[in-house]
Design a protein around this ligand. Structure first.
Ligand code: ADP
Ligand code: MG
Length: 340
């Protein structure tokens, strides 16, 4: 979804198979680098390698389709995607696939649900940060923040009332010529959810750390185990979690960031301040729907913890926060999922 998207063929494909004593099925894993500018992995136990690749290929193709539909940087022949919608802001409604309509309707719901802390209509604000970060990473000595006035001006063009979704006509029109959509906060989780709904039972799908399990990993009901990255680096995890049928999503400040005058600026922006949210360095959400989990992980990263906790509870989600001093906070049911 970002400028440095790795396009074209699958760049890396990893297959591992390991025989389990006394079991017929083997576990396989496929890793793809051509979706959403991140690492996607698909893991499952299957009767045969052919079987696995057939299923993994179908999941990959679906995710690649979503990647193209929700891309705001590249056009694809014969396809109207979100870049087409953005390019036609103030010009004309764009006929789009039903998946774009559904994603945007869900994004509008997330915007209301999260007290406006997740706003995919603030693409212009996010673009300023994206550009400043890219320039700062290319030339660290001259790294600079976006101009405060420019951020404010961009934020004036992030109003959902200008996003006209016409379900009957199958079109989207951005009535404000200056408004841009950027669905980076939800697209991976949303797409992983749709992929999980299409996948056979017992698959573990991870799209850039947005993890969905479609059932336990074997016939005896053994759950998958999912690790939460430690923001301080190293090979350890903050926790490992059991997962048979849930979405687990983490938002962190440690993957996309740059440094200006010795201060780190990451990629999750508080719509109130228009600057990176400063309360936490990692937030993990466990819930039934991966699209919602992705939206919530961004929202809980931005909102004060009490507000985030109320929001998580109202969605039937569990969450873990780690603040910048390393303190951890949990919703009451989170411990039920902790493996280690
Ligand atoms: P990641 O994409 O790294 O998993 P998130 O799911 O939290 O992390 O999404 C962050 C991305 O979402 C950013 O790169 C940016 O494009 C976008 N974004 C950042 N802050 C917000 C926000 N408050 N509302 C909507 N989108 C946001
Ligand atoms: Mg998110």
């Amino acid at each position: 979804m970002r400028r440095c998207i790795i396009t074209g063929l699958i760049l890396s494909l990893l297959l591992t198979g390991c025989a389990l004593p006394g079991k017929e099925k083997q576990q396989y894993q496929a890793t793809y680098l051509d979706i959403f500018d991140t690492v996607t992995s698909i893991t499952a136990r299957c009767d045969s390698e052919e079987d696995f690749w057939q299923q993994a290929g179908e999941i990959h193709d679906l995710l690649l389709r979503y990647h193209q539909l929700f891309d705001i940087y590249n056009v694809y022949e014969g396809l109207n995607n979100l870049k087409t919608v953005n390019d036609n802001a103030g010009v004309a409604p764009v006929a789009v696939d039903g998946e774009i309509i559904q994603l945007l309707k869900d994004c509008r719901d997330y915007y209301e649900l999260t007290d406006h802390s997740v706003n995919v209509a603030m693409g212009r604000v996010l673009e300023l940060w994206h550009e400043a970060r890219s320039a700062g990473l290319d030339d660290p000595e001259h790294a600079a923040l976006p101009e405060a006035a420019a951020l404010k001006e961009a934020a004036a063009h992030s109003d959902w009332s200008a996003v006209e979704i016409d379900e009957e006509a199958g079109t989207v029109y951005l009535a404000d010529p200056e408004l841009r959509l950027d669905v980076g906060a939800v697209a991976k989780g949303w797409s992983a959810q749709r992929a999980a709904e299409e996948a056979p039972e017992g698959f573990l799908i991870s799209v850039g750390g947005n993890v969905c399990a479609t059932g336990p990993k074997d016939d005896s009901g053994t759950p998958w185990v999912v690790g939460i990255t430690d923001p301080d680096g190293g090979s350890g995890y903050l926790h490992t979690l059991y997962d048979s049928d849930r979405a687990i999503v983490t938002s962190g400040d440690y993957q996309r960031y740059y440094v200006v005058d010795g201060v780190t600026y990451h990629h999750i922006i508080d719509p109130e301040t228009l600057y990176p949210a400063r309360r936490f360095c990692s937030v993990t959400v466990i819930c039934q729907d991966s699209g919602l989990a992705d939206a919530l992980s961004t929202a809980l990263f931005v909102l004060p913890r009490e507000e985030g906790e109320t929001l998580a509870q109202s969605c039937g989600a569990e969450a873990m926060w780690m603040d910048t001093e390393g303190n951890r906070f949990y919703t009451s049911g989170f411990s039920n999922w902790i493996c280690g």
